[in-house]
Write a protein that binds this ligand. Sequence first.
Ligand SMILES: Nc1ncnc2c1ncn2[C@@H]1O[C@H](COP(=O)(O)OP(=O)(O)OP(=O)(O)O)[C@@H](O)[C@H]1O
Ligand SMILES: [Mg+2]
Length: 228
Amino acid sequence: MTPVLSVSGLSKRYGDFQALKDVSLEVAAGELVAVLGPSGSGKSTLFRCISGLTEPDSGLIELDGTAVCGPGGDMLRQARGRIGVVFQQFNLVGRRSAIGNVMTAALPELPIWRVATGIYPVVMMDKAEAALASVGLTEQRDQRADTLSGGQQQRVAIARALMQDSRILLADEPVASLDPDTARLVLALMHELARSRGLGILCTLHQPELAAEFADRTMVMRNGRLAS
Ligand SMILES: Nc1ncnc2c1ncn2[C@@H]1O[C@H](COP(=O)(O)OP(=O)(O)OP(=O)(O)O)[C@@H](O)[C@H]1O
Ligand SMILES: [Mg+2]
């Protein structure tokens, strides 16, 4: 089966510093792959190259078998829009409600008057509510994001990614700001969403024991090189 994400021969240097060296990996639908590795080893750089925030020097990145970067492949904005991203800092709009934050994933598709008035199409509201329900936050629908707990905020961020119809979710240290119990809850949820939605998840973690418990596979980044 075609992997949802395939990276081959990815390299990136910053000046004289080689941050990524010939990195290759694949993530299949329904699979949660963990990336461990010391601070500065290149994990976030890899994620930024995949999500399009950083331009790699060489290498090929394919989503569902379509090149989004590399020889013969342009940066396809549409394809990139289907990559869901979750970070350590939840990147929510604090004064917006939980549902309002989930809706932000759909804003680029909407005319400006809808964004300005907050009058959204019913199908989109339904989809946002379904996304919130799938992360267990129906009750917190109208609560301001900055009053939610850390774990709830991260679940809103995951729901926002689901709203994009992502095939692949990049989660860079999604549980680093959470206490151990909440971290386990969020990872269990991510693992379950991978299974139930056929989502491929690439996730950096700092604790090997969490990777062992929740990841289907674990890779290790060292000095810009990725090993299984
Ligand atoms: N824009 C940049 N300019 C110069 N060097 C950079 C830049 N971004 C990252 N680096 C360097 O690349 C290396 C890899 O950084 P990266 O953020 O990918 O590490 P990481 O594995 O995510 O670390 P951490 O676990 O601390 O998050 C580091 O040495 C970093 O200083
Ligand atoms: Mg990092």
